[in-house]
Design a protein around this ligand. Structure first.
Ligand code: HEC
Ligand code: HEC
Length: 196
């Protein structure tokens, strides 16, 4: 019941973004409170912390709602999200969605064997059917191309262990269930080296 109400509330928020005027300047100002962890303009330099730049607007709104409601758990993010009003969430999501996505650091060579293994697992599990062919994400599905490798691995392990359930969307839990930890490590390596 709680979950149903939450989904309705979040759906209303996401729908509102399409119509209500968003205030990008307010989003940018508010985003200064996010920069110590998520980096300037949403490019993270911090271990375990995702880049937000170039994520789909809807995905960002949903995740902030999940943290605020406590259905997605994290000791650093929950207190941050708890202070956000609906308008803040719309403005922040619009601001970060409009920032240029992270770039792969060309000076860091991918391990070709591991990346090839990751590509194979990705192809065998139809990741692109939801995340798009270039892994740039859409709507509630995140961009994963060029995301931090350590964060991608953490996220995949959190879905596998059931630690991350978010909005109760079973999509990712079903996907990772049959995969081994080696598969998850290969996927994280492959995706983090994909150009965005
Ligand atoms: C004290 C550090 C810290 C601050 C400040 C912070 N975050 Fe986070 N945030 C994190 C961490 C760590 C995670 C990863 C949580 C996890 O592992 O599930 C995260 C995750 C997120 C996610 C989920 C992204 C994804 O790809 O799954 C969003 C959205 C987000 N933060 C938005 C914000 C916004 C907006 C602000 C500012 C209002 C903010 N954060 C401030 C540490 C922080
Ligand atoms: C049926 C659709 C679907 C498929 C197939 C799918 N995903 Fe996802 N994925 C999602 C959705 C939706 C989310 C956001 C989940 C949430 O809200 O917690 C997500 C989240 C993620 C995240 C977390 C990113 C972040 O920023 O927090 C990673 C990593 C990921 N997926 C990787 C993959 C990989 C790798 C595959 C293939 C092995 C895959 N996904 C297949 C829909 C899908």
């Amino acid at each position: 019941m709680m979950l149903k109400l939450l989904l309705i509330a979040a759906g209303w928020l996401a729908a509102g973004a399409a119509t209500a005027a968003v205030d990008l300047a307010a989003g940018k100002a508010k985003a200064e409170t996010c920069a110590p962890c998520h980096g300037p303009a949403g490019i993270s330099q911090m271990a375990g912390t995702p880049s937000l730049a170039g994520q789909p607007d809807g995905f960002l709104q949903w995740q902030l709602v999940f943290f605020r409601a406590g259905t997605r758990k994290n000791p650093l993010m929950q207190p941050m999200a708890a202070t956000l009003k609906d308008d803040d969430i719309r403005n922040l999501a619009a601001y970060f969605a409009a920032q240029p996505p992270p770039r792969v650091d060309a000076s860091v060579k991918a391990d070709e064997g591991l990346a090839a293994a990751g590509r194979k697992v990705a192809q065998g599990n139809r990741c692109t059917s939801c995340h798009k062919d270039d892994f740039s994400g859409t709507q509630a599905t995140p961009r994963v191309a060029a995301q931090r490798e350590d964060y991608l691995l953490k996220a995949l392990r959190d879905f596998k262990s059931g630690q991350r359930v978010g909005g109760g969307v079973a999509a990712m839990a079903d996907v990772v269930y049959p995969l081994t930890d080696d598969d998850l490590r290969a996927l994280a390596h492959y995706l983090s080296h994909l150009p965005s």
